[in-house]
Design a protein around this ligand. Structure first.
Ligand SMILES: Nc1ncnc2c1ncn2[C@@H]1O[C@H](COP(=O)(O)OP(=O)(O)OP(=O)(O)O)[C@@H](O)[C@H]1O
Length: 241
């Protein structure tokens, strides 16, 4: 069973158009969604989640059409979208209490373990958290409702190297347990350490999907070429080098 299937998705903005003819995510894999600034990564993620209405296309989570099964689908998905500043005055403990009511599969032990791992103090208010701590909190919420698919928009960008490595390890373990993960990132470190497959976006279109190993074998012209070099060569048209 696929975790996500997208067919002929179109999302139009006045100066930008996202066109995804086909995309499929399978359980147990981490998909690195990459592309230069403005390529459409966040637009794709928001379109998938119904945050911005699409103009055309079919989205199926766990084989069910999203348009007819929004609530059930969203219960199976964990989401981290940037570091949105919400409910700044609330303590984490109150925010969690509210959040968990929406999720029948909420696992409080898992949530508390993650808070400990991430050094999150539940008595703190949202406004007192650093950027990285906000990301960690969102992740703890996403993971505690036992989502089968995680959709993460640059979750590691505000994290220090220790927290980033910790998160990469957690994501790998989750994928190995059968969870599917869509990870939008600008950090090749994330890709090298945990992605199984790459989805490369440019100007609103997927220009490549490949396993990391195959991508590296095909696109590496020299043994010293880094993953960043290969991505730049693929994403930036020749005449723009
Ligand atoms: N609400 C909006 N209204 C109009 N245009 C938008 C809107 N949101 C995004 N866009 C446009 O869509 C394009 C893709 O933006 P998007 O944020 O999806 O890119 P991205 O790949 O996530 O970029 P980054 O790596 O910088 O986060 C950009 O040209 C942006 O200006």
């Amino acid at each position: 069973m696929s975790s996500l299937t997208v067919t002929n998705l179109v999302k139009k903005y006045p100066t930008f158009q996202l066109n995804v003819t086909r995309l499929r995510l399978d359980p147990g894999k981490i998909y690195g969604l990459i592309g230069p600034n403005g390529a459409g990564k966040s637009t794709l993620i928001k379109s998938l989640l119904g945050i911005c209405p699409i103009d055309q296309g079919q989205i199926r989570f766990f084989e069910r059409p999203f348009s007819d099964h929004q609530r059930e689908s969203l219960l199976q998905i964990g989401v981290v979208l940037g570091t949105t500043d919400y409910y700044r005055e609330k303590r984490l403990v109150s925010l969690t209490k509210i959040t968990r009511q929406f999720f029948p599969n909420w696992d409080q032990d898992c949530y508390l373990t993650l808070c400990r791992q991430f050094n999150l103090n539940e008595q703190q208010r949202v406004k007192e958290l650093s950027t990285g701590m906000k990301v960690k909190y969102q992740l703890a919420l996403a993971l505690a409702h036992q989502a089968q698919l995680l959709i993460l928009d640059e979750p590691t960008s505000g994290l220090d190297v220790v927290a980033r490595r910790q998160l990469q390890t957690i994501l790998r373990q989750l994928a190995d347990s059968g969870i599917s993960i869509l990870l939008a990132t600008h950090l090749s470190d994330d890709l090298e350490r945990c992605a199984d497959e790459l989805i490369v976006l440019r100007q609103g279109q997927i220009i490549a999907t490949d396993t990391l190993a195959h991508f590296s074998a095909v696109h590496s012209s020299t043994t010293t070429q880094t993953l960043d070099d290969m991505i730049v060569a693929l994403e930036v048209p020749d005449n723009a080098h």
